[in-house]
Design a protein around this ligand. Structure first.
Ligand code: E4P
Length: 217
């Protein structure tokens, strides 16, 4: 499973990237706002740091303007993935940019039918938003399952990028279902390492080691 990091904070990306944990990065206008950085500059910095796809989102809402913005973002670096919203205009722009050989991430997907359209439009990635569905008492994970089934039924190559991940269980369930990629905030990825029995076991081993009076180095 590929891990993308959902942030525009360079330090956080660098820390995980140094561990070999980062297969790509996703940003969105809210994350750019949070970073306080210029989108073109910060996207270039991320692309220089990370080998994999780096999603940068357009903000136009009409297809031709989306295409113009997408082309400009794609000029930043070869690993830029143009992020487009799942609207009819977004699908039109997806089709054009994909035919130009650019990677496209279709975002803000909340239904399996939307995901089916994105695959037909040639999207490289589809981003179903799990957490935002859970927030309104719908089942985000059920959407990932439905998309996996539909894509497998017809052999679509669009990669399922499970997004809006809020917990380690969202990652575990996405892995079980067979999402191709997850994108999560760095703190959620780091939380995957936590287990109380690991902490308890380590405390016991260290206490016993102290009693041996030995040193390794
Ligand atoms: C994905 O590409 C989005 O940037 C992100 O996962 C949205 O997450 P949120 O619903 O927590 O804002």
């Amino acid at each position: 499973m590929k891990f993308f990091v959902d942030t525009a904070e360079i330090d956080e990306i660098a820390e995980l990237n140094d561990l070999g944990m980062v297969d790509g990065v996703t940003t969105n206008p809210s994350l750019i706002l949070k970073s306080g950085r210029d989108i073109l500059e910060v996207t270039k910095e991320i692309c220089d740091l990370v080998d994999g796809p780096v999603s940068a989102e357009v903000v136009a809402t009409e297809a031709d303007a989306m295409i113009t913005e997408g082309r400009k973002l794609a000029e930043i670096a070869e690993n830029v993935t143009v992020k487009l919203p799942l609207t009819w205009d977004g699908l039109k722009a997806c089709n054009v940019l994909t035919n130009e050989g650019k990677m496209v991430n279709v975002t803000l997907c909340f239904s399996a039918n939307q995901a089916l359209l994105a695959a037909k439009a040639g999207a490289t990635f589809i981003s179903p938003f799990i957490g935002r569905l859970d927030d309104i008492n719908l089942d985000g994970m059920e959407l990932i399952e439905d998309i996996r089934t539909i894509y497998d039924n017809f052999g679509y190559e669009t990669q399922i990028l499970a997004a809006s991940i809020r917990s380690v269980n969202h990652i575990l369930d996405s892995a079980r279902i067979g999402a191709d990629v997850i994108t999560a905030p760095p703190k959620v990825i780091k939380a995957m390492a936590n287990h109380p029995l690991t902490d308890k076991g380590l405390a016991q081993f260290l206490a016993d080691w102290e009693k041996t009076g030995q040193k390794i180095v």
